[in-house]
Each structure stands twice: as C-alpha cells, then as structure tokens.
Design a protein around this ligand. Structure first.
Ligand code: ADP
Ligand code: ADP
Ligand code: ZN
Length: 212
C-alpha cells in the first residue's frame, strides 16, 4: 500500500503518518524531516536546502526527487510506504508517475487556514527523530522530551507566524493543484483534518479500506 499525505503546513500529515506507520507496518518518508536532518548534519543537500526552508519556500524539485527515489528503493519500502509532504508540486507528482512509483491513495487532510496558526504556535518537534507534538492537543508524556526517542523538543524555526503565512501561500499556489491531479486519476480521498487526531485517523483508515 503506497500512500501520499497531502495538506497545508500544520494539517496533521506528520501526526497521522506516525499513527499509520504503527497501524500498517510500513515506513513514513518525510521530505521535511530528511531535509532537516541533512541541514543538521551539514551535508551538501542540507546546505542547498537551508535558505529555502528558512524562508518557507519550496526546495527545488530536482533535489527532492533525488532523495525520494533513493528512499523508496530501500528494502523496507517493499510492502509500501507513506509519503509525508511529497509530492508538493505538479512536477514532483508527474515525476513520481514517470518513475513508475505507484500510488494507491492520496489523502488530502483539510484544515482551514485560520485554524493553522494556532496549531503551529503550539507545535513542538523532536530535534532527533522529528516526531511532532502539540502543547495542548498532543503533549508528550514528559514536557520537552520526545516519547519515542528521549530527544529534546524544539520549536521549528519556520513555524513563526510570518513564515507560516508564506508557507500557506505556497501551499495554495503550488501544492493544492495536486488535488485535481489525483482526483482525475481516481486516487484522491478527502479527510476532515479539523476534528480530533483520533477522528482523522479513523477516517483515513476507512478511506483506504484498512482494518486494524
Ligand atoms: P510542513 O508540512 O509543516 O509544511 P515539512 O516538514 O513538510 O513541513 O516541510 C518543511 C519545509 O521543507 C518546506 O517549507 C520546504 O521548504 C521543504 N520541503 C519539504 N518537502 C518538500 C517538497 N516535497 N518539495 C519542496 N520543498 C519541500
Ligand atoms: P504537518 O506535518 O501537516 O505540518 P503536524 O502533524 O506536525 O502537521 O501537526 C501540526 C501541529 O498540529 C502539531 O503540533 C500537531 O501536534 C497538531 N495537530 C495535528 N493534528 C491535530 C488535530 N487533529 N487536532 C489538533 N492538533 C493537531
Ligand atoms: Zn524523538
């Protein structure tokens, strides 16, 4: 089962990906987490991506396509994978098709722009493994500490309100067209992302026909 999680910044893609990884026993591939890791390690990719990420713009398609193609070819993706935050442009979506990377369901997690800011101001992420928390809606067991790996929880530099506003503009200008693209291919499933985390998760499982 190959899935795509589509949605505005803060819609809940990472949160739902983490639940699905456990429920479906397939890995999540988050380009955002991969890029942040590359930046933290100071690799060539990280250096190239930094400015775009800091300002909330999209990293060039060719950098993204390289890392995704390598990742889905790994043996742990044999039984399926969850793409979190990719594709984000029509060119990326078309390139996946051209590479023969089959997608079964595209889950568009829908949240109004006006609700995004509150989510982002409360978001905390693990500096080590990227797991996403929220100070109110999804707090860790111990404040400031990742439940998964014990890493330190931090505020993402690009979660400040002005950068979030720019990221939302980028979503509407460049990513939202993918809903049309996958709808025409009969693969789009729309999920109400404004409900509880558990509610959205239940709707996703129903939409992909998974029994867990
Ligand atoms: P969110 O879902 O909260 O917007 P991500 O972690 O998915 O955050 O992405 C953070 C940043 O990483 C984006 O603003 C962009 O700069 C870069 N990025 C991640 N995935 C992609 C992608 N598929 N194409 C281009 N840029 C990307
Ligand atoms: P994305 O990966 O789409 O950028 P995240 O999964 O990181 O989004 O979620 C953004 C923030 O909103 C996080 O702080 C997360 O804990 C919180 N969140 C996710 N889903 C919900 C929800 N259904 N209700 C309330 N808060 C949520
Ligand atoms: Zn962690």
């Amino acid at each position: 089962m190959n899935l795509i999680l589509l949605g505005a910044p803060g819609a809940g893609k990472g949160t739902q990906a983490e639940l699905l990884v456990k429920q479906l026993s397939i890995p999540a591939i988050s380009t955002g987490n991969m890029l942040r890791e590359a930046m933290a390690n100071g690799t060539e990719l990280g250096k190239k991506a930094k400015q775009y990420m800091d300002e909330g713009s999209l990293v060039p398609d060719e950098l993204i396509l390289g890392i995704v193609a390598d990742r889905v070819a790994q043996p742990d993706c044999r039984n399926g994978f969850i793409l979190d935050g990719v594709p984000r442009t029509l060119a990326q979506a078309e390139a996946l098709e051209a590479k023969g990377i089959q997608i079964d369901h595209v889950l568009s997690i829908e949240v109004d722009d006006k609700d995004i800011e509150a989510r982002m101001t409360g978001r905390r992420v693990c500096a080590k493994c990227g797991t996403s928390y929220h100070v109110v809606a999804n707090p860790p067991r111990v404040e400031g500490v990742c439940d998964q790996c014990g890493g330190e929880l931090i505020i993402r530099k690009d979660d400040k309100p002005e950068t979030v506003r720019h990221r939302l503009e980028v979503y509407h200008a460049s990513t939202e067209v993918l809903k049309d693209f996958y709808s025409k291919l009969g693969r789009l499933r729309t999920i109400n992302g404004s409900q509880s985390i558990q509610g959205a998760n239940a709707d996703i499982l129903k939409a992909i026909g998974a029994k867990v």
